[in-house]
Each structure stands twice: as C-alpha cells, then as structure tokens.
Design a binder for this molecule. Sequence first.
Ligand SMILES: [Zn+2]
Length: 325
Amino acid sequence: MNKPLLWAFAVVCAGLILCFSLFKPDKSEQRATDSSAGLQGQSVGFQHYETNNNVHPAAAADTDNANLETVLTQLQLTTALAPEETAIMGPQLPDTRELDYEQIVTPNTTSPVEGKVAYLTFDDGPSQSTPRILQILNEYEVKATFFVIGKTSEESKRQLKNIVNQGHALGNHTFTHNYNQIYKSAEAFKADVDRLDRFLEETVGVKPEVLRYPGGSNNQLSWRAGGRNVMKTITREMSKLGISYFDWNVSSTDAAAPVQDKQSIIDSVISNSAGKSKIIVLMHDMDLKTTTVAALPAVITHLKNQGYRFDVLRKNSFTYQFLKP
Ligand SMILES: [Zn+2]
C-alpha cells in the first residue's frame, strides 16, 4: 500500500475517533455507570449468593430471627395502638389488644364479659386446705370456683357449705375421680357425675352448673379404661346433654410435683397469664398442696395489679377447652 493512502486512512480514523468522543460524551459516562452497576450487580449477586447459599445454621437462624423480630415489632405496633387510634379505625374492627388466641379457639362465650377476667379454680377438694383458701379469698374479696369430688365426711360437708355460703361456685369434678371407673364409657362417666350432683344437692342444695374432667378433656390416662377415643365420645355426649366443661389456660403447675415450689407456682401464673384477657387458672385444693395456699396471696395480688377482676365460672362463662366436643 502507498504512503499517501495510509496517511489519508490514518487521518480519517483520527477524525472519526475525535468526532465520536466529542459528540457522544455521555456515552462514556453511561459506560462508566453501566460498569459501576455491573459491579454493584455483581456485588449484590455475591451478597445474595452469600445469603442464600450460606448454609451456616447460625447465619440462617439470624436471618430468621431478624424476620421474626420484624414481624413481632409490627405486631407490637399493631397491638400498641393508642385508644384514640383504635377509635379512628372504627368500631367494626376488633380491638387487637383483646384478641387472645383462646378467644379465637373457643368462642363459647355466649355472654361476653368486658375487660380482663380471672377465674381461679381449685380442683379435688374439699380438703384440709379449704379453710385457709376460703380465708385468703375472703381477705382479698375474690370469688373462685371449686371443682369438688365426692368427699362425704362431716368436715367435708361443712367446707362445701362454707364454699357456697361465701359466694363461690361449686363445679362437678366427678364423684370418684377414679379414671378407671369414670372413663370406661360415656354412660359410666355420666353416672359418676350424676352421683356427685345428687350428693351436692342433698348436702348444700346446689347442683353445679359447670364440669371439669379429671385430668382435663384431653387426658390420655383415660385411654386405658375406655380406649383412645373415649374422651371424644364422652365430651360429645356430655355436650349433647348441655353440660358445659372447663379446662384451663393458665396452669399454676401445682400438680407438677407433690409439693410444688411456692415461687414456681407464682412464676407460672405470671408467665402463663401474660397477654391473656380471660384466664382460667388451675390450682388444687388438697391436703398436700400447702404451697398453693402459700402462693395464693401473691397470685391474687399480681392478677389484680394486671387489671383482672375475679369471677366464678357459670354455664355460659368464657371457657377454654382442650378437646372440642
Ligand atoms: Zn382432679
């Protein structure tokens, strides 16, 4: 190739390059941005890779915890609405502060009670502990429900009368409280319940409105006597007869040991009642349950401080049932 032609070609090329750089100045910026974005993209991609493929369990847990915390914070924000904010939302919306899971699970409240209510319940009495329990309830001006069994001594009858005379409720907890007997069949169970009803009517002139299954409606100790489905059968039959039964949503854990630690009882009620507006507290009225009696003043004081009022269980009270009939 001859020299002048080479030179001409070089000049044209140089001119083209100059024109290109002069008239498309933003193109380089664009390229730079693209390049930057590309880097960021790679960076993000790398981070995603890190997050999504990092199989370290602690890191994964942290992510989950962070998500959970966010959800919890949102929930707290929702539940922490000031009264006026709730009012703005309108009356058609449920007050989220009142929406406890047990109310959703068991909407058996035919006559809903406003505000926080605590139903203290004492099972298996009367006993030597009854007089002291009654004394404390009287001192604190609190009413409770006693799910009693068939104790026929003169002293027991006196205590049954005291329970009723002081404005507390009697509940049926079966006459014999003998799992092998009562949980053989629905008929056997009903016969035992009727027997206690008759005894209480004769003794104190009161027929209980409410029932509690020994061991709770979902107990497995019944299986040996009546098979795995016996509680389902019994609860269904009793419900057909219009008999309301009540489990609990706050355990005092006083049955977890022969003599449970007093502070454990108090702590259990405090933690198990937190965030619930209606509570049915399980306790026991037995000779041995001295720490239940000892814990009672602190339990009542705590619940009062939390804004609960106390009431007795009635047929149509708020209920909590482990096993739906
Ligand atoms: Zn019992």
